[in-house]
Design a protein around this ligand. Sequence first.
Ligand code: MG
Length: 279
Amino acid sequence: MNPIGVFASVDAGLGVSWDVIKRIGVPTIQLHAPHQGSRTTANIERLRTQMKEMGVEVTAVFGGFEGESYADIPTVGRTIGLVPPTTRASRLAEMIEISDFTRGLGCDTVALHIGVVPHDRNDPDRARIVEVTQTLCDHCTANDQYLHLETGQETAEDLIAFIHDCDRTNLRINFDPANMILYGMGQPLDALRQLAPWVRSVHCKDATWSDQPGVTWGREVPLGQGAVDIKAYLQTLREINYEGPLTIEREIPEDPERQFREIGDAVRLLERYRDEIAT
Ligand code: MG
């Protein structure tokens, strides 16, 4: 049975705090990588001890960078991931450090938003992005790890083309159904079926469509209140034999009480659907 999880943060990123994880009591988390200064050996030991005491397993560590902004869709193109050329080398170096930090935590999965890759296969910048992705994949291989790309910033077809171009067996997908809607990049469940061979982790997140899909954001909403159809999502995950964690992502750190409440509701919704589907 798929364990339930939440997306969590220590001192960077917008995931839930340790306090909320403790109160909710889930068995798994995905962790946003802490700031560079916190990725020390001492902190790795502290995190391992803390997770052991809480009975929580970290199933993936997500990289994120200074200077990234999700303000609107054009800003995402300019600022996110390994795509912006001026920060590409330094962010690659940082992802390599995050891979080592992740290994220290005893976790076999590193993940990130790679950014908005040029779709034209003849674009010279695309070849350079493929190259840094290969370098990162190879470092992850040396650490016995997979690298997961978060979905949403491109259609399923474009993502598959990029994965083929990278040609690395440890390059996989963290599927986020809400991102497909938020970015206007296709019906999430169709995309999930297409991407199934590469999906190794997932987010449980919901959203409503923009009136101008692909131009302006849709809206992120509590799980079960958007256009994903969460029960059909879990059924599709079962169809594709996905056995990994169901990681709830709800990024409203400015309102921790609401975040706690909504994540609690999301856990109960997933448990109910998961049990209904299993029987
Ligand atoms: Mg996500």
